[in-house]
Ligand binder design. Structure first.
Ligand code: PLP
Length: 395
């Protein structure tokens, strides 16, 4: 009889030759638990999903309540489903008034797909501009925006008429022209190793998009829902994008994504042809019920307001000559080391000591630190001590 680890390798598709293989039996709050009682403090948050921690009681209750009513009933956009309507209303209430309409998807990549289509239809243009080192998802449209040549070559042909600019480089903004339907950009680049742009860059980008009639589409799939110390990272730049893409932390641990825009922009998918963007499961009622509860948890517990102080505690404690740089904003942080071997060994050591950390898709020389926003100061102190021990031993 094979065990779960063996069956994992045998029966489930592998995405790399070196999966972490940590078996999870349960997750609660800031902790993950293995089948033999192993305990890991989670500093990855399922890649910026578990902003309110795992299995928040209010979210679990909302899921149970919805389970008693209905699961899937029909494709998105036909029936009036209270969880969708109520969560869309709550979400719009915490966004600037320019945002008037929410389209629910299953995932981040699908929010990207929908946004690209809406931008092309609304502007009547075909060119889309993305940033080098960007990551927006793995479907073929979203992958076309990846700023990494290796993936373009491996999965060619991807979408035509995609151009790339250098992130946080104002000189490249002149490449945005009257031909550009949309600039799709992460509010803070995540998988590039947490690159925080200058406020002046984001403001210049907004200005250039205004001048050229280009839609500015912000990917807040990693940065949304309090992660960076604001409910949404665009608030740091004092600008408002035209389309906001959300996923990951939106659902309190349930699968959900969304793109949000003005009614005028969103309306283009309604006709010529009708049903221009549809999904069977997007906005699943259980996910939307969880998302509504999750947003309430964030707001009622003032989680966003505590992020800057927690960031500061990490930054104060994580002092070591081998940490080249700590990048990031709020609890979306990265510790730059020198080599992947160092990162790999330190993260393995941390896992053995009960601390889960990781690295980045396009930056394997940096450690990912992105705990649930609910992490306490004592837990931060414990985690930092173990990370420093690991760095001391393996660098
Ligand atoms: N955008 C960003 C910035 C991401 O980090 C990701 C996933 O990691 C995505 C989009 C794609 O989201 P999903 O994996 O839900 O399709």
């Amino acid at each position: 009889m094979l065990n779960n680890r063996e069956l994992f390798l045998l029966n489930t598709a592998q995405t790399s030759n070196s999966p972490r293989m940590i078996e999870i039996a349960k997750a609660e709050g800031v902790y993950l638990y293995g089948p033999n009682g192993e305990e890991y403090m989670d500093l990855v948050s399922g890649f910026n999903v578990s902003n309110i921690g795992h299995r928040n009681p209010k979210v679990i209750q909302a899921i149970k309540d919805q389970l008693e009513k209905y699961l899937h009933v029909t494709v998105y956009g036909e029936f009036v489903q209270a969880p969708q309507v109520e969560f869309a209303t709550d979400l719009l209430a915490v966004l600037p008034k320019q945002f008037e309409s929410v389209y629910f998807t299953n995932s981040g990549a699908e929010a990207v797909e929908g946004s690209m289509k809406v931008a092309k239809r609304f502007t009547g243009r075909r060119q889309i501009i993305a940033a080098k080192k960007a990551y927006h998802g793995s479907t073929q449209g979203a992958l076309s925006l990846i700023g990494n040549e290796e993936y373009h070559t491996a999965y060619a042909p991807l979408l035509p008429e995609i151009e790339f600019i250098t992130f946080n480089n104002s000189d490249d903004l002149s490449l945005i022209t009257e031909k550009t339907a949309a600039v799709i950009i992460e509010a803070i680049q995540g998988e590039a190793g947490v690159r925080v742009p200058d406020i002046s860059y984001m403001q210049a980008l907004r200005k250039r998009c205004n001048e050229t009639g280009t839609l500015l589409v912000f990917d807040e799939i990693q940065t949304g829902f309090g992660r960076t110390g604001k409910l949404f990272a665009f608030e740091h730049y004092d600008i408002v994008p035209d389309i906001l893409m959300l996923a990951k932390g939106i659902g309190g641990g349930m699968p959900l994504g969304a793109f949000v825009a003005s009614k005028q922009v969103m309306d283009v998918i309604k006709d010529n042809p009708m049903l221009g963007h549809i999904t069977t499961f997007g906005g699943h009622p259980v996910s939307c019920a969880a998302a509504k509860a999750s947003l309430e948890v964030i707001r009622e517990n003032q989680l966003v307001e505590q992020v800057a102080e927690k960031e500061q505690l990490f930054r104060t404690l994580l002092q070591h000559p081998k940490i080249i740089e700590i990048r990031g904003k709020g609890l979306m942080m990265c510790l730059q080391l020198e080599t992947f071997d160092q990162v790999y060994n330190v993260s393995n050591y941390c896992a053995q000591q009960g601390i889960m950390i990781d690295w980045y898709l396009h930056c394997e020389t940096a450690l990912r630190v992105a705990p649930p926003l609910t992490i306490t100061n004592d837990e931060i102190e414990k985690a930092c001590k173990i990370i420093l021990d690991g760095i001391e031993k393996y660098t």
